[in-house]
Design a protein. Structure first.
Length: 415
C-alpha cells in the first residue's frame, strides 16, 4: 500500500510539474524516463543481494568545498571504524556536474570512492520502494563534525600521484617558493565567493562570519620573519593585499587553480584561517590549523588535536560588556547561525584584533618547533574554558586548544 501511494504521488507530481513549467520540463522528463526504466532491474538485484551484501547509494555534496571535502573524509573514517556496519558496498554519484566546487578534489575522490553517474537513477528508483533507507548511505545532520574524534587517529584517505607531486612543487617554484622552504597559508572569509557563485541567494544572514583580510597581515609579516613564506588563499576575494613583503604571496589573485587549492592546503606547514569551507582541505590532510574569528562558539572545532583557535567576542550593547563563555553557551547564543539573531539580541560581533591573531599564530609556530612552554596557570585556564562545554550532537570529544594569550588577556570571559 505504501509503495502504491508513493507511485501514485510520483505520477501526480510529474503532471503538476509539466502543467506548471511546460514543454521544457516535459522533454527533460522524457529524456530521463529510459534511464529510470533501466535502473529498475538493478534495484531489484540490489534487494536480492541484501542478505549477502548491502549496496547503498548517495550523492556527494559537491557544491561547497567544505562539505565536499570534510563530510566525505569523516564518512570514510567512520566507515573504516565500522560505524556504518559490515558487508557494505557504497556507491556515490553527483547530482550536477556543473556545480562541483573543485575539479581536483573530484578527481581525487574518484580514485578513492566508488563513483558511478548512473547510480543517480538507481537511487531514485530505490526511493520509491519500501525499505529504501537500507540502501541509502546515511550521513548525519552534522556530517562535517568529527564527533568521534577519528581524524586525530587516522591517516588521510586522499593522496597525490607522483605526477601531481611534481606539478605541485613546480608550481611552488613558479610562485617564488623554493622547495626547501616552509610555507603557511592564510585566509579570511568574505562574502564575494558566495555572492558570485550563487548570485540568486541572499547571503546576508552569514555576514557575522566575515572577516577583514588586513587583520591577518601583521601575523603573516611575523611568520615571514620566522622563516616562512605566507600564501593568501581564496577562490574569489574582495580586496587585494597591500604589501611589499616578497615572502607574502597573494595567490588568490595570482596563479590560483583548483589543483593548487588542494596541493597548498595539503603541503603547508600550518594554516591560519577563519572557519570557512577552505579550512576543510588542511583538515582532511591532517595539517595543523590556527582558527581565528571563530563563531558560533559551540561550532568551534573541538576535535582536532593539532589545532588552536580563538573566538570572536560578543559585545552586549545594552550592558556595555562582553558576554562570558558561560553565558554564550548556556543561553543558546553559542548556536546562533544568522546575522539577524545577533542583531535582535543587541549583540555586536567583534572580530579578533591583529594582535590576537598574531599571538595565536606565534603560539602555533612555537609549538611546532618544540619551543612552547606552558604553565600550570595556563592549563587551568584551558580546563576552565572547556568546562563550559557539554557533549552534544555537535561535540563529543574535546582535543583542541584555545589560544593561550587570548585566555590570559580575557580571563573575565571565564567567569
Amino acid at each position: 500500500m505504501i509503495m502504491i501511494k508513493k507511485i501514485v504521488g510520483f505520477i501526480l507530481n510529474q503532471f503538476r510539474q509539466v502543467h506548471k513549467e511546460g514543454l521544457p520540463i516535459l522533454f527533460n522528463k522524457l529524456r530521463r524516463f529510459p534511464l529510470l526504466i533501466l535502473a529498475i532491474p538493478i534495484v531489484f538485484l540490489v534487494r536480492i543481494l541484501r542478505p549477502i551484501l548491502v549496496v547503498r547509494f548517495r550523492h556527494l555534496y559537491s557544491e561547497r568545498i567544505g562539505h565536499f571535502a570534510l563530510d566525505t573524509e569523516i564518512y570514510l573514517c567512520e566507515r573504516d571504524a565500522g560505524i556504518h556496519g559490515q558487508r557494505i558496498l557504497d556507491i556515490f554519484y553527483f547530482l550536477d556536474y556543473f556545480s562541483i566546487s573543485n575539479a581536483q578534489l573530484k578527481k581525487m575522490w574518484g580514485r578513492t570512492l566508488h563513483i558511478w553517474s548512473f547510480a543517480r537513477w538507481i537511487a531514485q528508483v530505490n526511493s520509491y520502494l519500501p525499505g529504501s533507507k537500507k540502501h541509502i548511505i546515511q550521513f548525519r545532520r552534522h556530517q562535517d563534525r568529527d564527533i568521534h574524534g577519528l581524524l586525530a587517529y587516522t591517516q588521510p584517505h586522499l593522496s597525490f600521484t607522483p605526477e601531481e607531486e611534481r606539478i605541485g612543487f613546480n608550481a611552488l617554484r613558479k610562485l617564488g617558493i623554493p622547495q626547501e622552504y616552509n610555507f603557511i597559508c592564510f585566509y579570511a572569509r568574505d562574502s564575494s565567493y558566495l555572492d558570485i557563485t550563487f548570485p540568486d541567494t541572499n547571503w546576508g544572514y552569514h555576514n557575522y562570519r566575515n572577516d577583514n583580510i588586513h587583520n591577518f597581515i601583521p601575523a603573516a609579516e611575523e611568520l615571514t620573519r620566522r622563516g616562512y613564506f605566507a600564501i593568501r588563499m581564496g577562490t574569489t576575494v574582495k580586496d587585494a593585499l597591500k604589501i611589499t613583503n616578497p615572502r607574502i604571496i597573494d595567490y588568490a589573485l595570482k596563479g590560483r587553480s583548483d589543483f593548487l587549492d588542494i596541493f597548498l592546503g595539503a603541503k603547508c606547514q600550518f594554516c591560519l584561517y577563519n572557519p570557512a569551507g577552505l579550512s576543510a582541505i588542511p583538515m582532511i590532510f591532517r595539517r595543523p590549523i590556527v582558527f581565528v574569528d571563530c563563531i558560533p562558539l559551540e561550532y568551534v572545532v573541538t576535535y582536532s588535536s593539532n589545532s588552536l583557535f580563538i573566538p570572536k567576542k560578543l559585545w552586549l550593547q545594552k550592558d556595555k560588556r562582553f558576554l562570558t563563555f558561560r553565558e554564550i553557551l548556556d543561553s543558546g547564543i553559542g548556536r546562533f547561525l544568522y546575522t539577524e539573531q545577533y542583531e535582535k539580541s543587541g549583540i555586536e560581533v567583534v572580530q579578533n584584533t591583529p594582535e590576537e591573531i598574531t599571538a595565536v599564530a606565534i603560539e602555533m609556530d612555537e609549538r611546532l618547533k618544540g619551543n612552547w612552554q606552558t604553565t600550570r596557570e595556563d592549563e587551568e585556564l584551558q580546563q576552565r574554558f572547556w568546562s563550559f562545554f557539554k557533549p552534544s550532537e555537535l561535540n563529543q570529544v574535546f582535543l583542541s586548544r584555545i589560544g593561550t594569550e587570548f585566555l590570559r588577556q580575557n580571563i573575565n570571559l571565564l567567569e
